[in-house]
Ligand binder design. Structure first.
Ligand SMILES: Nc1ncnc2c1ncn2[C@@H]1O[C@H](COP(=O)(O)OP(=O)(O)OP(=O)(O)O)[C@@H](O)[C@H]1O
Length: 535
């Protein structure tokens, strides 16, 4: 039987339970279907020229093998079967490897004796999408509740010690086959620009794929620095217009008197100084995508000009009477709520409806959980060469501080902090001081729970700081009710509040919270805090 990859193969993987790729180099594989019949299948694009199939052409022959004492014989055996094995011991090394190499299979040796704390440091690796985990366990570990729950949640298969080398390698082959066939090729990860493994980012990637399949206008909303421009590029790259131009216009930087000439262009002699014809930005995007960045900043008087183009899809260069049809797909981005601008009559409602047919919301960095760490290593890889010496990674304290910080500037802030640290640091391991996050760490915040609590406390403190102690505004920003905010502040025993206020007095550009509302708030908070303490 011959199957073409990837479409049909995906269906095979879904329909049949087990696929054994005995050797990642070969295109001949054994497929075991549910009724027990074994079928030999040739997987590939019908090619037997020896040049290799799609399976060979991709980088999924690498395998991460985590063990405190990696088995030499297992590494050798895997090497003979064409695997590139990366034996690793720590969570940090594994995370960096996963971010850089995207292996399809991971082998985790529970039997080599990782402590519970060490196990927790691997959690983000287990949760990484696109990798199937195979466990090696000692029989008594099957009764250990923590290990059982990790296996149940994240592992597809496991073997117990003592195991037969061949059988383990076959199990890894099974896992590899299932992962390859059930994973759709993802241009986002192929070009390795947009990184994300958490649930919200996976939802974003799915939304990008769907939106890219349509030609309707899309509005991308999200806080500054969350990756709206990156998303616009990803949509364009995945769309049928990918071979056409992508032209970006920063609407905030377009003064009214230049809107017509910038957007529509002009003919020679159209006005004094127009010495030659100039093609406008909209026409330059013909056949491709027009990205209207910071659309909310488009001056009100200019909005009708853009609206007219969106209605007619025609332009007229200044100084010309000829109407030119322009075929572009519109993507716009905003970091403020356009609905609010419409309600306040600073943004035209008819333009809003033209732009906002499809919608994508960019999650802020503070809601991306362990992606902070994945992103940090991605950024380090990208800018590593700027360092005067080789930088190995981040210290444990630096990672803790990153989780504790609330990232008001989102991914851009993370990029800037890491780039600064890479250039300025004399050390091989970047610590919280290099990231200018050392003020966040307090003694003894070591366990995951403590780190999470610290992150929550700091997010609340930062929100209060930004809104000068106004609980209603801070709760709104944190997307929780005011009652929940009070409860959380009470849980943190007032520390988030104190930190928020202390920092707002420390920071020169944020005035201290000392207005009447602040005092009223403090009274209310004191009551909530007292009630809880009585409990
Ligand atoms: N998911 C991501 N993976 C890797 N890098 C990212 C990601 N999201 C954002 N970045 C990086 O963060 C920086 C800011 O991204 P971008 O310019 O797309 O944000 P933005 O939301 O358009 O910002 P603004 O609203 O200020 O225009 C860029 O350096 C970008 O490469």
């Amino acid at each position: 039987m011959k199957y073409n990859l990837p479409d049909q193969s995906t269906r095979i993987a879904v329909a049949w339970k087990s696929i054994l790729l005995t050797d990642p180099h070969t295109t001949i594989s054994t497929i075991r279907i549910p009724n027990g019949v074994i079928v030999l299948a040739v997987l590939g694009k019908g090619s037997s020229t020896g040049k290799g199939s799609d399976l060979d052409n991709q980088s999924y022959r690498s395998l991460v093998y985590v063990s405190r004492s990696p088995e030499r014989s297992l590494c050798d055996k895997l090497g003979q079967r064409g695997w590139e094995v990366a034996p690793l011991r720590s969570g940090r090394a594994a995370r960096a490897y996963l971010a850089a190499h995207h292996p399809t299979v991971g082998v985790f040796d529970f039997a080599s004796g990782f402590s519970s704390r060490e196990l927790a440091s691997f959690q983000s690796c287990f949760a990484t999408g696109g990798i199937g985990w195979v466990g090696i366990l000692a029989v008594p570990q099957l009764t250990n509740e923590l290990q059982r729950s990790v296996i149940r949640r994240y592992f597809s298969r496991f073997v117990t010690v003592p195991y037969e080398l061949d059988s383990l390698v076959d199990t890894i082959g099974h896992e590899h086959g299932m992962m390859v066939l059930s994973t759709e090729p993802d241009p986002l990860t192929v070009d390795n620009e947009m990184v994300g493994t958490c649930r919200t980012m996976k939802e974003l990637f799915r939304a990008i794929t769907k939106v890219a399949n349509s030609d309707a206008p899309v509005l991308i909303s999200g806080e500054s620095g969350t990756g709206k421009e990156l998303t616009a590029v990803a949509i364009h790259k995945r769309s049928v217009r990918r071979n056409g131009p992508l032209v970006a216009i920063n609407c905030g930087a377009l003064p009214y008197h230049l809107v017509q000439s910038e957007l529509f262009g002009y003919e020679r002699g159209a006005f004094t100084g127009a010495f030659q014809r100039k093609i406008g930005r909209i026409e330059a995007a013909h056949g491709g995508t027009l990205f209207l960045d910071e659309i909310s900043d488009l001056p009100f008087e200019s909005q009708s000009i853009v609206l007219r183009f969106l209605q007619d899809r025609k332009i007229q260069r200044l100084g010309s009477t000829e109407s030119i049809d322009v075929d572009v797909r519109i993507i716009s981005a905003t970091n403020v709520a356009l609905e609010k601008a419409v309600a306040e009559q600073t943004f035209r409602e008819d333009l809003y409806h033209r732009l906002c047919v499809l919608r994508i919301a960019e999650p802020p960095l503070r809601e991306r959980g362990e992606d902070i760490e994945v992103l940090a290593y991605h950024i380090l890889e990208k800018y590593r060469a700027d360092a005067a010496h080789r930088i190995r990674g981040f210290s444990g304290e630096a990672i803790k501080a990153m989780y504790a910080h609330s990232w008001p500037g989102n991914v851009r802030e993370l990029v800037n902090r890491i780039r600064r640290a890479i250039v300025m640091s004399d050390r091989r391991v970047l610590g919280p001081a290099e990231l200018e996050l050392d003020y966040l760490l307090s003694e003894g915040d070591n366990t995951l729970t403590q780190v999470r609590e610290a992150a929550e406390r700091n997010a609340i403190a930062a929100a209060l700081r930004r809104h000068r102690g106004r609980s209603l505004h801070a709760a709104r920003e944190l997307d929780i009710s005011r009652a929940t905010l009070y409860r959380l502040m009470a849980n943190h025993d007032g520390r988030a509040h104190r930190d928020g206020i202390a920092a707002s007095t420390r920071c020169p550009d944020v005035p201290a919270a000392c207005d009447a509302e602040q005092e009223a708030w403090e009274d209310r908070y004191a009551k909530v805090g007292n009630t809880r303490r009585k409990d």
